[in-house]
Ligand binder design. Structure first.
Ligand code: C5P
Length: 235
């Protein structure tokens, strides 16, 4: 895989034109674009085709979480859009994740990667325990869900920089890790708390890094994307 294909830029926009403009600006330095709820709900599934026509591969970040049959069907629809990867909540359980993996596999040779979302980084030990009744801490729960995702046949998980090493050790080097919360040393942390630099993330074993505002809100997004890619070059 080329280094630039490890860089996923988060297109957190409701305006399709802005999203497409960001792709034009940065596509020399990034291979993948993340389409989340905001853009997907505003622009509709056609946005995936438009991004593809500009040469961008798509991470469809819709975090499916429903009964196994529904998630299986939605995963089939995601695969039919021709995305590079999509995700489901691992807390939806083994059967639900198996259906997602099966639907991805049915897409054949160009099948998408099906990923699990472990524990949202907006949740901490207190929220897990006191609000939703999960006794394990966030890191332990994330590891537990990553193992379950692997057992279900998913290709990998989305996890924080802190969890990369433990999950790679437990699930193997081929288990794909997509890591958000990435901040180059020169960028602001924004509201991200547990941050890791692009180079640290890849050195720890991240297969892909997700990066949004340090590029999309930079005065010069093209230069910022170039700088992130340069940081990833081996010294
Ligand atoms: O702008 P920033 O780099 O913080 O954007 C990160 C992207 O990754 C956002 O789209 C955010 O929703 C997403 N994300 C995250 N932390 C997670 C999962 C997804 O920041 N644990």
């Amino acid at each position: 895989m080329e280094l630039k294909d490890r860089i996923i830029i988060a297109l957190d926009y409701s305006d399709e034109a802005k999203a497409l403009e960001m792709v034009e600006l940065t596509r020399e330095y990034a291979g993948v674009y993340k389409v989340g709820f905001e853009l997907f709900v505003s622009a509709g599934p056609d946005i995936v085709k438009k991004l593809a026509s500009l040469g961008g591969k798509v991470f469809l970040d819709l975090k499916f979480h429903d009964i196994p049959n529904t998630v299986g069907q939605a995963s089939g629809a995601a695969a039919a859009l021709g995305v590079l990867m999509f995700n489901v909540h691992a807390s939806g359980g083994l059967d639900m994740m198996k259906k997602a993996a099966e639907s991805a596999a049915k897409a054949g040779r160009d099948r998408p990667l099906a990923l699990g979302v472990t524990v949202l980084t907006s949740m901490n030990d207190r929220v897990l325990k006191e609000e939703i009744g999960i006794p394990l801490g966030a890191n332990e729960q994330a590891l537990k869900l990553a193992k379950l995702a692997k057992q279900a046949g998913l290709d990998g998980v989305v996890c924080s920089g802190e969890e990369i090493k433990a999950i790679k050790e437990a699930c193997g080097k081929d288990f794909i890790l997509v890591v958000p919360g990435v901040r180059p040393a020169w960028a602001s942390g924004d509201d991200q708390k547990r941050v890791i630099t692009p180079r640290e993330a890849v050195a720890a074993g991240a297969d892909y890094i997700v990066i949004g505002r340090p590029i999309t809100k930079a005065d010069d997004p093209k230069a910022a994307a170039k700088r992130v890619l340069e940081e990833l070059q081996p010294a």
